[in-house]
Design a protein around this ligand. Sequence first.
Ligand code: HPA
Ligand code: ZN
Length: 341
Amino acid sequence: MDSSELKSIIQGIPKAELHLHIEGSFEPELMFEIAHRNNIALDYDSVESLKKAYQFNNLQEFLDIYYTGAQVLLHEKDFFDLTWAYLTKVHRQNVVHVEVFFDPQTHTDRGVAFEVVINGIHRALEKAKEELNISYQLIMSYLRHLSEEAAFETLESSLPFKDWIDGVGLDSSEMGNPPSKFAKVFQASASHGYKLVAHAGEEGPAAYIWEALDLLKVVRIDHGNRCLDDAALVQRIVEQNIPLTLCPLSNVALKVIQKMEEHPVAKMLDKGILATIHSDDPAYFGGYMNENYYETAKALNLTKDQLMQLSINAFEASWLSPEVKEKHIAQVKDYFRASSK
Ligand code: HPA
Ligand code: ZN
């Protein structure tokens, strides 16, 4: 397959995005525009100089810049514009279902009310459902570098909006902040009807994946790369069909792997893991869904069957109803059948 054929195949696949931090979709151009209208000075004098700062050696170096960027978001319209920009972008990439993370504490700790954040995000998601036919789920992430008590306060603030929130996640600085730190708040979150996911095994060890499964009782692992260090864990993940939401461009940008050719997704598919591909923080890591599929497929020489499997896996791993999953999976199969003629 040459690169233009590969790009065109990827463009046409109906896709589901299950690992996307809305604050990580904040493109520099929009950041400057919102900073300007909110009278906030950025540390950079142009979009180009900001983009030059996007060089990371690890997760923490990225998070420091990511949290700084989010500081210009103050009003409901800012959160709406951020979310709407992401949704219109991925609509053009034929993404038909999204499960979006947001980090309430990044905003509430700066004095922005929970309701301001969620009203803006929710309004954009609803508009995309109506106008772009994109279905969605919304996932509230607890910041793991903060205390479990702070996560409990966030849970409390979310309850008036619980009809708009489908699940909770766990993100931010992984090393030294194991899932076990949040066992009680995850249990409480489940008691309010939230579904559970957690980032684990991105930089942290396989032991953190075990904890996310056994102590937090998550239904999906975000990243999970490090499961390959532990054969018994791989066996568990395969037997229980636990999805791993992988983010290849993120892994390269944060030096979780040294180059794309080392990405474990093909190995994971071979082992029978329900692996999926997503974009994590596309404005920072060099690409959205299509670019993640493309760079991975190119580096690993993925076959059409592997691309189809990855696309099916994402719907399988989603929180859509069984009937709607089946409908999307049938469309993916039809698409590949037609494209191989
Ligand atoms: N890992 C952990 N926390 C995050 C990430 C990530 O890749 N992106 C945004 N918050
Ligand atoms: Zn992530």
